[in-house]
Design a protein around this ligand. Structure first.
Ligand code: TRP
Length: 366
């Protein structure tokens, strides 16, 4: 069996460091490991429209933004096929066939969909749930299975989507007595502390609407200002005061981003994070000092990303070309899988002469 990796993002805004540790970094690692036959990254514009129907301009504006984010973290267009979801003609057709295999209650039980429904206020009497929105897990199952993808690097919040795709694969293969669809498997970040990076304000989630993100494209001054405004321990007022590490965002981020080598370089008084945490808890470490340390570490991560981005911003036609080529390749692949799907369902009437012969025989014998 071949290894086919597929993943994607909704183009609704620039990507932040929560996206980076929660899913982008794992993609880069998979790319560098090189253990794959095909690698697809989809810009899920059609999915973005399921809750942005009134704002297609936002989706349009963010196609290249997201491409720049991908390229600037080192995703390689020579290894990865980038494409745009709405340009793949087979996807809505495949989605339509899968819709017959899933019940409405099952869709609405999907925990990610459930929480998104309440976040967007679709559960209020006056609004209601757009059908296309409720349906997006089925469309996502089509995204995944139309490429025979077996490896799906995603953030933790996407696990219910992969589970639902797996159910659809099982159901399709057994209903149509076939082995046509490939079973997808999620791949999460290597380190559990990366699953969900909280916002700089201490809120559970880093999110544009909460205005608590550090973006991959933020400049040095912005990153500095954000790191120095991070939520720490409100009771740690004087340097000598003992400080709390739990719930202190600087330490939460150091857990995710710092390595022992960073101490040698930027904070030689301590050998590692455990030592620094102990000292902070005992008192005597100022918030400014730990913030400066975190800032140095963030800059070491973000500066190369920024430089790459600057370079790619001058090469927009090249990026457009990657997408056009990617769309072509993606259409070819998905058409092939659609052919197999229709064959398994027995609705491939004119792909061979079998249907014609069958019907001639039927009416001749009467
Ligand atoms: N739902 C994903 C997100 O919001 C985006 C997505 C669309 C996706 N299709 C996909 C992810 C297929 C993985 C595989 O981030």
């Amino acid at each position: 069996m071949s290894n086919i990796i597929l993943t994607g993002d909704r183009p609704t805004g620039k990507l932040h460091i929560g996206h980076y540790v929660g899913s982008l970094k794992r993609r880069f690692e998979l790319q560098e490991e090189g253990n794959f036959d095909e690698f697809y990254v989809m810009i899920a514009d059609a999915q973005a429209l399921t809750d942005n129907s009134g704002n297609p301009q936002k989706v349009r504006e963010n196609i290249i933004t997201v491409m720049l984010d991908y390229l600037s973290i080192g995703l390689d267009p020579n290894k990865i096929t980038f494409f745009i979801q709405s340009d793949v003609r087979a996807l809505p057709e495949i989605t339509a066939y899968y819709m017959n295999l899933v019940t409405l209650p099952r869709l609405l039980r999907n925990p990610t969909v459930k929480s998104e429904i309440s976040m967007r206020g679709y559960d209020s009497e006056s609004r209601g749930i757009p059908v296309g929105f409720a349906n997006y897990p089925i469309s996502q199952a089509a995204d995944i299975t139309s490429f025979d993808a077996n490896i799906i690097p995603v953030g933790e919040d996407q696990l219910p989507m992969i589970e639902q795709a797996r159910e659809i694969v099982r159901s399709f293969n057994s209903t149509y007595n076939s082995e046509v669809l490939v079973m997808p498997n999620p791949v999460l970040p290597q380190d559990e502390s990366c699953y969900r990076l909280p916002g700089i304000d201490g809120n559970q989630k880093m999110s544009k609407s909460l205005n608590n993100c550090i973006y991959l494209s933020d400049d040095t001054d912005t990153v500095k200002q954000k790191v120095f405004s991070m939520y720490t321990d409100p009771n740690h007022i004087k340097v000598e005061d003992p400080g709390k590490v739990e719930g202190n965002m600087v330490f939460t981020y150091l857990d995710v981003f710092s390595k022992d080598e960073d101490f040698e370089k930027y904070y030689p008084e301590f050998k590692n994070l455990d030592e620094l945490k102990k000292a902070y808890q005992n008192g005597g470490i100022g918030d400014m000092r730990i913030k400066r340390f975190l800032f140095e570490i963030m800059e070491e991560l973000l500066n190369p990303i920024r430089l790459k981005r600057k370079d790619y911003e001058k090469r927009i036609p090249e990026i457009i070309e990657y997408l056009k080529k990617g769309n072509e390749k993606a259409n070819k692949k998905a058409d092939e899988v659609l052919g197999r799907i229709k064959k398994a369902m027995g609705i491939d009437y004119f792909s061979s002469d079998i249907f014609e012969k069958e019907q001639i025989d039927k009416y001749n014998n009467n």
